[in-house]
Ligand binder design. Structure first.
Ligand code: URA
Length: 442
């Protein structure tokens, strides 16, 4: 059927539900360029105001997924399910670096397509690029071979994957139409589902360092993603996890890879990070059928972690994608940090009662660890370490964080910004659970 783009926009503008055929037609024109930028912008704005019903959102997700290559894994005869996790992003969120190899060590295959830092949040791809030689853009055969041999390959998005979303996202970015639950759902899932997954777990952050502005909005996004992904044939659950403070002790690029390696190879682990990793892992092991109960899933994950098997899968992935063979043995020599090291000390001792987590993410961007311009090179060495947690006592013996910077001037500036981001007092901080809620498709 040959529709008129302006009629589809008008119907959405007026609050009607679009049919699958109308959505397919629009996405085809979006991908080929036959539909103009102004029409795409008007379509996005109509959806922003009128929303998308579940069936429309499933149709938009599938049409955008099918606008490029969709991976299939059946021909590989893998002996486990193909699964993944996706996060809305945060500060010190190094979950993917650990959870990908951990799930592989539990018998799953994890083709993880990751992104770069966005705004104040860090990006898994940027973190991995701090590993010398690591190829985040392998050809298809190396990518598939790595998934087969290491059980996990974390790489970047290619132009062949969901190209409709690439165009739509770029237009949304400059037309104030990013903040739409339906469009965010279709955008995230079109890329994730193009990886040919059997199951997915979604980590939706809650708190001042989260992408969504309120807990209610995070909950709505989590429900939308769980329902649309499940409706599109990929069983998915979501966890709302806390981002009112950095998830890991460190935040940056090389420094987070170092912490991930420490997590995988020693028993020195941030408790909140460990909880989020194990809870997300237990979700997707059950959804994919690898575990039949929560307890069994936790046991499997613990065994894979403590036995060193997860570390082994990480090492195999790094090696297969061109990184150093001895990264786990000598992380310090392969992952240099900023040469100027400075403790950010509070003006007065006391208890950490609040943290402006978003601001901590921006400190890293200003240090050069994130971008202010899309094509910009970043400095993988800079970041924050030993960040104090909510409720922790700080003072002359215990700094708020340790800054790793490229210059003395940057270090001084960042230390002052870190001090301003922490509130130190004598009361107790608001208590946030690490896992706020589990969300399933209804
Ligand atoms: N991340 C995405 O990939 N898409 C969105 O729309 C928002 C965040």
């Amino acid at each position: 059927m040959n529709y008129l783009p302006q009629e589809i926009i008008r119907r959405k503008r007026d609050g009607h539900s679009l049919s699958r055929e109308e959505i397919d037609f629009f996405v085809e024109g979006l991908t080929s360029g036959a539909i103009s930028e102004s029409q795409v912008a008007a379509f996005a704005m109509a959806i922003y105001f009128q929303g998308l019903g579940r069936e429309e959102c499933v149709a938009l997700t599938l049409a955008m997924r099918d606008s490029g290559n969709v991976m299939e894994w059946r021909s590989e005869s893998l002996d486990g399910p193909v699964i993944d996790k996706h996060s809305t992003g945060g500060v010190g969120d190094l979950v993917s670096l650990v959870l990908g190899p951990l799930l592989a060590a539990c018998g799953a295959y994890v083709p993880m397509i990751s992104g770069r830092g966005l705004g104040h949040t860090g990006g898994t791809l940027d973190k991995l690029e701090s590993i010398p030689g690591y190829n985040t853009a392998p050809d298809n055969s190396l990518f598939r071979g790595t998934v087969r041999s290491a059980g996990v390959a974390i790489i970047g998005q290619t132009g062949l994957l969901a190209p409709a979303d690439a165009r739509l996202y770029a237009i949304r970015d400059v037309t104030a139409t990013v903040e739409s639950i339906g469009l965010i759902t279709a955008s995230i899932l079109s890329k994730k589902l193009a990886a040919g997954l059997d199951a997915l777990v979604m980590d939706v952050k809650v708190g001042d360092g989260a992408f969504m502005p309120t807990t209610e909005a995070s909950r709505e996004l989590a429900r939308s993603i769980a329902e649309v992904a499940t409706g599109a044939g990929t069983p998915t659950t979501a966890l709302l996890t806390d981002m009112n403070q950095s998830l890991a002790n460190s935040a940056g690029n090389a420094i987070e890879v170092r912490e991930a390696i420490e997590f995988l190879t020693t028993s020195k682990r941030n408790d909140r990070l460990e909880t989020v990793i194990l809870e997300l892992g237990a979700e997707v092991l059950q959804t994919s059928g690898l575990s039949t109960s929560e307890q069994e899933a936790f046991n499997t994950l613990r065994q894979a972690l403590e036995s060193g098997q997860a570390a082994e899968q990480f090492a195999r992935m790094v090696c297969a994608l061109g990184g150093p063979g001895d990264l786990l043995e000598r992380p310090e020599s392969h992952l240099p940090l900023g040469p100027v090291v400075l403790e950010a000390r509070p003006a007065q001792g006391g208890t950490v009662t609040a943290i402006d987590t978003r601001e901590l993410g921006l400190v890293i961007v200003r240090l050069g660890g994130g971008r202010t311009d899309p094509g910009q090179e970043i400095d993988h060495r800079v970041g924050l370490d030993e960040m104090a947690s909510l409720g922790e006592e700080v003072g002359s013996e215990r700094p708020l964080a340790v800054v790793h910077a490229a210059s003395e001037e940057d270090a001084q500036q960042a230390a002052a910004e870190v001090c301003a981001a922490f509130t130190v007092g004598d009361g107790a901080p608001e208590a946030f659970p690490v896992i706020h809620q589990r969300v399933m498709a209804e």
